[in-house]
Design a protein around this ligand. Structure first.
Ligand code: TEU
Ligand code: CA
Length: 571
């Protein structure tokens, strides 16, 4: 790989930091994070060195699904502030050289959106075709699975017009009908509205689901339940709509786009992100997230940490996008548990090193890293014991459904201690004062009790903190284009504890060594491309980053401590 031959783009070289506004900082004591809270913390965000902030939805919403149910796309959620706050936030970011990417949620709206209120009034209302309706006289609608429905049924009967409407998510999130050109035009106008305000891109919520199959045919039973996701993502006009959106809106601005790529796999991702197709810039996949977990997010095997499988998935994704398109790398976001609990270890003796190791991974792979707020201080899962502590409608619905079926609710709760979405939604731990400095009121979701020791204030000036390690790793990536564009090559694919790879650009070769386990390892030097005459002292001179203070080699092996991460410049 040669830098001169790379198609360089700012969004390929960017590090994205995700902010879930509800849990970042509360400015007015109502227990809910808000835009003014983010404004108060802008200097902190800048201190991280990140280039882009992705903000979860902050539009007007009745909050059935925390902002993913939008009732007005051109207004700010009252709990979060108002448009003046938003403009101040955007200006504050731009003044600090940070770009702002918003969430675009257009597979569905809220049932409280004016369009839907109209649509359900009568069958001949002008807004009727803004949504998907199945008239009751045609009988029971074809099976469609819903993520957030208590019955798992995506059709909801609506009395006034004796018809069912489609909702892939909760019944308060009716799916928009993209087949209707008027609806598409409304969406494009709304996107222009935000781009004209100066935003720098969109993360597109379940965008792969927007095209529905004509006449809603029955899908093969093999695609029933959660498997329906793959059908949802194969709507016949998906690419036509994205190309139209690109032409009408995206191509007019210097912005970035990323698909939340449900149902996207290595065999079809290029259709979405190949530049010559003029659709989207990036996609994030879910293939690694399903390792070790099954339906309703239950743990399906003891071997939850199947590193060999993980390496294989991530390497295949790198390969799929090595010549066309561009990859993304992430462990967690507001839909997944805390990365350190899910992918490494939050045991007190390992948490800090494990989270630094995962940070090293995210920021040394090819693809744009999406880093979730709070991970920079190594926040971990809260692990609620009680269903009443949960706010997330997904956990609550699945709990109710399991109860209704006479299933094992205890097992569900135990599994959700590892997998539940609320684990990542607990407030940011700023300091060791009440409520971790997040709010002076009662937080909307409990603060993780470990805030007394795990918090920003404690880590801010401690040289070897997780926070300062993150800043250092950000700097390293920004200073080394090899970490951005370099060829990725996996070493020792069958190793069950070690994830090792090289990144190669022009004449430079970097070796990344990550111990993904809680036991020390010794690995044959030659297998890693380190000459057996190199000694510890020599190698140390070429270490670019290390989450421990030392690094050990014998004549024939490299020794890694539990969760140790090292990047060595080989050439
Ligand atoms: O997520 C869609 C989605 O794929 C999730 O339902 C995911 O499968 C689940 O969280 C388990 O990981 C997007 C948003 O990110 C999510 O927060 C919303 O709830 C959902 O869309 C509906 O808008
Ligand atoms: Ca508030």
């Amino acid at each position: 790989m040669k830098l001169a031959e790379m198609n360089r783009k700012w969004w390929k070289e960017a590090i994205v930091y995700q902010i879930y506004p509800r849990s970042f900082q509360d400015s007015n004591g109502d227990g809910v994070g808000d835009l003014r809270g983010i404004i108060e913390r802008l200097d902190y965000i800048q201190s991280l060195g990140v280039d882009v902030v992705w903000l979860n939805p902050c539009y007007r919403s009745p909050n059935d699904d925390n902002g993913y149910d939008i009732s007005d796309y051109r207004e700010i959620m009252s709990e979060f502030g108002n448009m003046a706050d938003f403009e101040e936030l955007l200006a504050g970011m731009h003044a600090r050289g940070i770009k702002l990417v918003m969430d675009l949620v257009v597979n569905h709206s809220s049932d409280e959106h004016e369009w839907f209120k109209q649509s359900r009034l009568s069958r001949d209302n002008p807004y009727r075709d803004y949504y998907h309706w199945w008239p009751a006289e045609k009988g029971t609608p074809p099976t469609r699975w819903s993520y957030f429905d208590v019955e798992g049924n995506a059709w909801k009967y609506d009395e006034p017009t004796d018809a069912y409407y489609l909702h892939y998510f909760s019944e308060k999130q009716p799916d928009l009908n993209w087949e209707n050109p008027e609806l598409r035009k409304e969406i494009y106008d709304m996107m222009h509205f935000w781009f004209k305000k100066g935003i720098d891109g969109f993360r597109m919520d379940v965008i792969t689901f927007i095209s529905k199959h004509d006449g809603y045919p029955e899908f093969d039973v093999a695609y029933h339940g959660q498997n329906m996701i793959d059908m949802y993502a194969q709507g016949p006009r998906l690419h036509e709509y994205l190309q139209e959106m690109n032409k009408e809106v995206l191509s007019n601005y210097d912005i970035m786009t990323v698909a939340e790529g449900q149902g996207t796999h290595t065999h079809n991702v290029v259709e979405l992100v190949d530049e010559s197709r003029n659709e989207l810039n990036m996609n994030y996949h879910f293939d690694h997230q399903s390792i070790g977990v099954g339906a309703r997010y239950l743990l399906i095997d003891e071997d939850f940490q199947d590193l060999v499988k993980f390496k294989q998935v991530m390497s295949e994704w790198d390969g799929a996008l090595s010549s066309e398109g561009w990859n993304t790398i992430y462990f967690g976001n507001h839909d997944f548990p805390r990365m350190v609990s899910r992918w490494a270890s939050d045991a007190p003796e390992h948490r800090a090193n494990a989270s630094k190791m995962l940070t090293t991974y995210l920021l040394s792979m090819r693809g744009t890293p999406y880093y979730y707020m709070g991970d920079e201080i190594g926040m971990s899962n809260i692990k609620f014991d009680n269903i009443d502590d949960y706010n997330d409608l997904m956990t609550i619905n699945w709990y109710n459904l399991t109860q209704k079926e006479g299933g094992d609710t205890h097992a569900l709760l135990e599994a959700h201690k590892i997998t539940g979405r609320d684990n990542a939604r607990t407030p940011i731990q700023w300091d060791n004062t009440a409520n971790a400095g997040f709010t002076t009121g009662k937080p909307w979701l409990k603060v993780n009790p470990n805030y007394t020791s795990v918090n920003v204030a404690e880590q801010q000036n401690r040289a070897d903190s997780e926070l300062n390690y993150f800043r250092k790793m950000v700097r390293l990536r920004k200073d080394n284009l090899t970490l951005v564009y370099g060829q990725y090559a996996l070493l020792l694919p069958e190793h069950k504890q070690l994830y090792a790879y090289t990144r190669h650009l022009d004449d430079e070769v970097l070796l990344v060594l990550l111990n993904y386990s809680d036991t020390a390892l010794s690995i044959d030097k030659v297998a890693l491309g380190i000459s057996d005459t190199t000694d510890t002292k020599e190698a140390s001179a070429f270490i670019l980053i290390n989450n421990f203070s030392d690094f050990e080699m014998t004549n024939s092996t490299v020794v890694l401590r539990p969760y140790q991460a090292v990047i060595i410049k080989l050439k």
